[in-house]
Design a protein around this ligand. Structure first.
Ligand code: ADP
Ligand code: SF4
Length: 670
């Protein structure tokens, strides 16, 4: 029986927040999960799992105070009608049943949404284009009556939140996603009345709203402000030398809690490719010097030592977490039980955010149960016992899919054998985590291996390339093939339906070559039709190795999928800094010795560029030959039961391979 390491005692000290008290310092900060009122059962199961895992406070995401505020088609919670109270009360009850405080981030998103659901006009401090959408509309400027109404919406929503049982009610002014931030920032606020111009005017609405909400519910609920102290995406008055600091000085002890971060979302939820754990510290470390009220902040904290340091050095009182609580809902309990090695650390890949940016429910690379708690009935820690523990399962391939399948089956109590042809565990991640900026992704492998190494019913074999004959000889009750995929070399991709002429030439490389250490020299064109991290990672690797790199893509924006993971701006900046030329909207028509022919997609105009080498990052092909051989043998009755998962079934994101692995593990014996 392991116990709490006394070094971490401070993380389990209670803390008073206005009229309420949290049992510990673990604070699951607001973060979208894309389920909304129609997905209330899913929302309840998701939040309750975190409450069960020991978080002292569970804060529900942006909860809309009016129909003019939405992120549709993304689904979000709502408290703008009395009929929203009853379903919300079910959510609150589920959170509180586990001893956590329940909090809600009441919000009006202003012109960052387009009020699609109600077909209303979005609101702004001054006429403004909705900046997260391309809709050809302009948000309307609110007048004095609208401002009075807005204040009342906040009060009404706060009263509904109180009726639903919430302990903490927020006023939201962060992420460049809030009407209140829109008033504060001079880039957006062009008003000439008492709500525009000097600081006292621009902060007026925030001040009034906060005071209204305190008057309405302050006696029984704590009132928090979520506030971005610095806008890092572009120059503005909202920075820690100017209004970012002045807001906190002005309102210092008015709220019961300051929940502070940086703006916009791509800097707040910065991916591990570009931001370290605790990266917000230089921006938020002044806050506790200015206020006596408790402060919560985030930093993708997964290490209890880093958390303790934040508290002991007087930066934070409460350890905020969105992604670490998605990735490991039981992180607090694991620390309390001295099970540090069992923490499923967030890898900072932002696959969770990509789903939301695609208007669907949250998913997680590390934790396949995230978002599936209700739909699939998956618990983050508890696994259904084996239907028959004498059953043996052979898993072929120790990449993300195979590792997850074997871990899940092992936890369920089956007799599992995991074999891989390579000399290291991790499949694609063995090599990919060595690419620039991707080392944190190795946690996918570390977590699963460390879990399996604690099990006596799982046998792990490296250096074991299995043939169909080997598999038949093994006589397993069930065989799972997770043999992955390989990058193709012929250039077929999104835009190329036939092989690229010249792809077979010696100076044409694939990601397989680069990952295996066969690097080109001189002037290199990296050609991207994959649209995620592989091509830009290779471009950076080659630039660091001394190549003159040109990044060519058929997309109209470089690496478009990274817009979903909030990384696009950071990738482009990084490539610019490394001197990598970026050419968008062009495809390779043909490759010849010393040059490539490019077609400009928009005009079909042809041109030539010199190149000593070309790296084709187009598509992948499943490594499924073994599966098909085994499938025939199954038909002949020589294999009892068989399935394929992960990239072997269809190449995709690591999150999908992990999901497949969990699903195979959970469904076996059903
Ligand atoms: P996924 O992302 O679906 O898990 P990966 O490509 O990461 O796929 O991993 C596939 C793993 O399968 C690789 O580590 C590879 O060495 C292994 N593998 C492929 N063929 C065999 C085989 N015949 N026997 C054992 N292992 C294999
Ligand atoms: Fe962390 Fe990635 Fe999971 Fe998001 S998807 S919580 S970034 S591991």
């Amino acid at each position: 029986m392991t116990t709490l390491d006394p070094r971490y005692n401070i993380l389990f000290e209670p803390l008073q927040i206005g009229p309420v008290r949290t049992k510990n310092r673990f604070y699951s900060v607001p973060h979208a999960i894309g389920m909304g009122m129609v997905g209330m059962d899913g929302m309840i199961a998701f939040r309750a799992a975190r409450a069960e895992g020991g978080w002292g406070v569970i804060c529900v995401e942006e909860t809309m105070i009016h129909e003019t505020s939405d992120h549709a088609p993304l689904k979000t919670p709502e408290l703008f009608l009395d009929e929203h109270i009853a379903p919300t009360a079910r959510l609150v009850e589920a959170i509180k049943a586990h001893g956590a405080l329940a909090a809600t981030e009441l919000a009006h998103v202003g012109s960052s949404g387009v009020a699609w659901q109600a077909r209303a006009h979005p609101l702004s401090s001054s006429s403004k284009f909705p900046h997260y959408h391309i809709n050809p509309i302009t948000a309307r400027t609110v007048d004095k009556k609208d401002i009075a109404a807005f204040r009342q919406w906040y009060v009404d929503a706060a009263l509904r939140a109180k009726s639903a049982g919430y302990d903490i009610v927020y006023v939201y002014c962060a992420h460049d996603l809030s009407l209140l931030q829109d008033f504060l920032v001079t880039n957006t606020n062009k008003r000439t009345d008492e709500y525009g111009g000097v600081f006292e005017n621009r902060v007026r609405l925030l001040k009034e709203t906060l005071s209204d909400v305190k008057d309405a519910v302050g006696g029984s609920c704590a009132v928090a402000v979520r506030f971005a102290v610095e806008e890092r995406r572009w120059q503005s008055n909202l920075n820690i030398r100017d209004d970012g600091r002045r807001v906190i000085e002005t309102l210092a002890d008015v709220p019961d809690l300051w929940d502070v971060n940086v703006s916009d979302w791509s800097f707040d939820s910065g991916s591990s490719r570009f931001f370290e754990e605790g990266q917000q510290e230089p921006f938020i470390n002044f806050v506790k010097q200015v206020t006596d009220k408790p402060v919560v902040g985030v930093g993708r904290f997964t290490s209890p030592d880093a958390m303790v340091r934040q508290i002991k050095s007087g930066i934070l009182d409460l350890i905020g977490a969105a992604r670490p609580s998605i990735s490991d809902p039981f992180l607090p309990n694991k620390i309390q039980e001295g099970r540090i090695e069992d923490i499923r650390e967030c890898i900072g890949c932002n696959a969770c955010i990509a789903e939301l940016n695609h208007y669907t429910r949250v998913r997680c690379t590390q934790n396949p149960s995230a978002g599936e708690e209700h739909l699939q009935g998956w618990h983050p820690e508890d696994y259904p016992a084996a239907h028959d523990a004498s059953q043996s399962i052979l898993v072929i391939g120790g990449g993300p899919a195979g590792l997850e399948a074997a871990t899940t089956l092992g936890k369920r109590g089956y007799s599992v054998t995991l074999a891989d042809a390579g000399t290291e565990w991790g499949g694609r991640l063995v090599r990919e985590q060595k690419l620039p900026r991707l080392s944190a992704w190795g946690r996918v492998v570390d977590y699963r291996l460390s879990q399996m190494q604690q099990m006596t019913n799982v046998d792990l074999y490296l250096d074991s390339r299995l043939s169909a004959e080997d598999v038949v000889g093994f006589e397993a009750d069930h065989v799972i093939v997770a043999t992955g995929a390989k990058w193709r070399g012929d250039g077929l991709g999104r835009n190329h339906h036939d092989a690229i002429p010249g792809h077979e030439l010696d100076h044409v490389f694939t990601p397989e070559d680069i990952l295996n250490g066969r690097l080109p020299e001189g002037e290199v064109i990296v050609y991207d039709e994959d649209y995620y991290y592989m091509a830009s990672s290779i471009a950076e690797l080659l630039a660091a190795a001394g190549c003159k790199v040109t990044f060519v893509t058929t997309a109209s924006d470089p690496v478009p999928w990274t817009a979903m993971t909030l990384e696009m701006g950071h990738v482009i900046k990084s490539m610019n800094e490394k001197g990598i030329e970026i050419v968008v909207g062009h495809s390779i028509a043909a490759i010849e010795s010393g040059a490539v022919s490019l077609t400009r997609e928009l005009t079909k105009e042809e041109g030539k560029r010199s190149a000593d080498a070309v790296v084709l990052v187009t598509g992948q092909l499943s490594d499924d030959a073994l599966y098909h051989e085994l499938d025939s043998l199954r038909d002949e009755g020589k294999i009892k039961s068989l399935e394929r998962i992960g990239d072997c079934l269809g190449p995709g994101q690591i999150a999908q391979a992990i999901f497949d692995g969990r699903k195979a593990g959970m469904n076996f014996g059903k």
